[in-house]
Design a protein around this ligand. Structure first.
Ligand code: UDP
Length: 461
C-alpha cells in the first residue's frame, strides 16, 4: 500500500493559505503525500512572489496544482464577487479533478482524504460523494467558530435578525454561555466585513456551510486548548481539534505560501537594534488605511522616539504611490525601517522586537503569542475585534488603540499607548507565560501535539 495522499484546499486568501501550507508540511513529516490545490489566481501569485521557487523540487511530497476560481484574471476579486464565483464554479472543477485522479493515478497514489478550509464547506459534500475521508480546517479562533455555529441560538435569543444576521440592538455585549468571553453583536464575523453586501454574502455562506460541515470528521483549528479553554470545552461534542499554533514553514526554510516576497534586509537592521526596543507595525494582507490615518500613524511612530519596523504594503492606502509625511524619512533616519512585506514570523522571533502594533488577524495573533510579544491592537474588520478581546481582556497581553470621536487614532495616542505598554512590564511577563504554554502545547505530549496525532491517525487510514 502507498502513503496516504491528502488533497488540501485553502480558501484563496493569504491568512488561509499560510497556515494550511504549514499543515501540509506537518502532514508530509507524518508520511503523507500532499496535493495542494490553489486557484489559478493564487497559484500565479505564489509563483510571482518567489520566482525562483520550484515548489515541487524542494518539496517532492507536495504537488501544487490549481483550478479556476470562476473569475477572469483581470476581474476584481472583492469578497462578494469571489465568494459567489467560488461556490458556483469551483465545486465542479474539484469534483472533476478528484474523479480524474481516481481514474488515472495508480492504486498506491490515489487520493485518500480531503482537508478543506471550513469556508469551502461544499468540498466536504464532494469528498463524501467521491468516497474520500474528510476534515475541515479552521484558520481562526474557536470563539469565532462558536459564534458561527450558534446562529440559531443568536436568532432565538433575539440578538440578531434571522434574514441577514444583523444586530437587533446595535452595540449589544453578550455571552453565548456563562464563562465564555464577551462578544459584541456588531463584531460578529458576518456583521463587520468590508461592507453590508459582503456581510450578507458571508452570513448566507455560513448558513449554507452548516449542513456540509457535518460530513467532516474533524474540524482542525489553528488555536490551542489553553488559549481558549472555555470555548473548546463548550464545543466538546463537535470534534473540533485545536492543533496550533501552526507556525509557518518559512521559519524552517520551506516555502510558506506568501503572496508577497518578504524583504529580508530588515533582519540585518533588527540585528543592529537594542534588545526589546523595536515597535513592529503590520496590519496583515487585507486591511487598508485612509490617507489621513496613514499620515497620522507615521507621525505617531515618529513621536514615540523609539525604533520601529513598519510594513506598508503597496496597496495599503489604495493609492498608486504611497507618500510618507514630508521630511519623514530624513527626520527618522536609521531609527525606522519601512518595508513592503516582512518575514513576519522571523521578525516576531527577533529579540530586538518589543511590541507588535497589529490588526489582530488570527495568524498574527498566534504568531505574536508564540513569540511572547505584547500587542497594541488596531482591529479593522472580521474576527479582528474578537481577537482583540482575547488579547486585551482575556490573556491581558496587550492594549487597545481606541479611535477618537473623528474615528482617528491620533499620534499622541500612539505615543502614549506605546509608552504605557512598554513601561508596564506585566504585559510582557504575561506574554512570555502565554508563549511558554503555546510552545509546550505543540511539543511532544502537549495538547496540540496529541490532537494533531488524533487527526493524523484518522486521516491515515
Ligand atoms: N505576514 C507576513 N509579512 C508581513 C505581514 C504579514 O509574512 O509583512 C503574514 C503573517 O505572518 C500572517 C499573515 O501574513 O501569517 C497574515 O494573516 P493574518 O491572519 O494575521 O491577517 P490577514 O492577512 O488574514 O488579515
Amino acid at each position: 500500500m502507498g502513503s496516504p495522499h491528502a488533497l488540501l484546499l485553502p480558501f484563496p486568501a493569504q491568512g488561509h493559505v499560510l497556515p494550511l501550507m504549514e499543515l501540509a508540511h506537518r502532514m508530509v513529516s507524518h508520511g503523507f503525500t500532499i496535493t495542494f490545490i490553489n486557484t489559478h489566481f493564487i497559484h500565479a501569485r505564489l509563483l510571482s512572489a518567489m520566482p525562483t521557487l520550484t515548489y515541487n523540487s524542494t518539496n517532492p511530497s507536495i504537488n501544487f496544482i490549481s483550478i479556476p476560481d470562476g473569475l477572469q484574471p483581470e476581474n476584481d476579486r472583492n469578497h462578494v464577487d469571489l465568494s459567489k464565483a467560488l461556490i458556483t464554479i469551483m465545486p465542479l472543477h474539484l469534483e472533476e479533478l478528484i474523479i480524474k485522479m481516481m481514474h488515472e493515478q495508480p492504486e498506491h497514489c490515489k487520493p485518500t482524504c480531503l482537508i478543506a478550509d471550513e469556508s469551502m464547506a461544499w468540498a466536504f459534500d464532494i469528498a463524501k460523494k467521491t468516497g474520500l475521508r474528510t476534515s475541515a480546517f479552521w484558520p481562526a479562533s474557536a470563539a469565532t467558530f462558536t459564534s458561527m455555529r450558534n446562529i440559531p441560538k443568536l436568532i432565538q435569543d433575539g440578538i440578531i435578525h434571522q434574514h441577514d444576521g444583523s444586530a437587533k440592538t446595535p452595540g449589544l455585549i453578550f455571552r453565548l454561555s456563562p464563562g465564555l468571553p464577551t462578544m459584541n453583536v456588531d463584531h460578529l464575523l458576518w456583521n463587520c466585513l468590508f461592507d453590508s453586501e459582503s456581510n450578507k454574502v458571508l452570513f448566507n455562506c455560513i448558513n449554507t456551510n452548516k449542513e456540509s460541515i457535518k460530513n467532516a470528521e474533524f474540524v482542525v483549528c489553528n488555536s490551542f486548548y489553553e488559549a481558549e479553554k472555555p470555548l473548546f470545552d463548550y464545543l466538546n461534542s463537535l470534534k473540533i481539534l485545536p492543533i496550533g499554533p501552526l507556525l509557518s514553514g518559512q521559519r524552517f526554510g520551506k516555502p510558506a505560501g506568501l503572496f508577497w516576497s518578504a524583504d529580508t534586509t530588515c533582519k540585518a537592521w533588527l540585528d543592529e537594534q537594542d534588545v526589546n526596543s523595536v515597535i513592529y507595525v503590520a496590519f496583515g494582507s487585507l486591511a487598508t488605511s485612509d490617507e489621513l490615518q496613514f499620515q497620522e500613524l507615521a507621525l505617531g511612530l515618529e513621536l514615540t522616539g523609539r525604533p520601529f519596523l513598519w510594513v506598508v504594503r503597496p496597496d495599503f492606502t489604495g493609492k498608486a504611490i504611497i507618500e510618507l509625511p514630508k521630511g519623514f524619512k530624513d527626520r527618522i533616519g536609521d531609527r525606522g525601517m519601512v518595508v513592503q512585506w516582512s518575514p513576519q514570523q522571523e521578525v516576531l522571533a527577533h529579540p530586538a522586537v518589543s511590541c507588535f502594533m497589529s490588526h489582530c488577524g488570527w495568524n498574527s495573533t498566534m504568531e505574536g503569542v508564540s513569540n511572547g510579544v505584547p500587542f497594541l491592537c488596531w482591529p479593522y474588520f472580521g474576527d479582528q475585534h474578537l481577537n482583540q478581546t482575547y488579547i486585551c481582556d482575556v490573556w491581558k497581553t496587550g492594549l487597545k488603540m481606541i479611535p477618537d470621536e473623528n474615528n482617528m487614532i491620533t499620534k499622541e495616542q500612539i505615543r502614549d499607548k506605546v509608552e504605557e505598554l512598554l513601561v508596564d512590564g506585566e504585559m510582557k511577563k504575561r506574554a512570555l507565560e502565554m508563549k511558554e504554554i503555546a510552545i509546550k502545547g505543540i511539543e511532544k505530549g502537549g495538547s496540540s501535539f496529541e490532537n494533531f496525532n488524533t487527526f493524523i491517525s484518522a486521516m491515515q487510514v
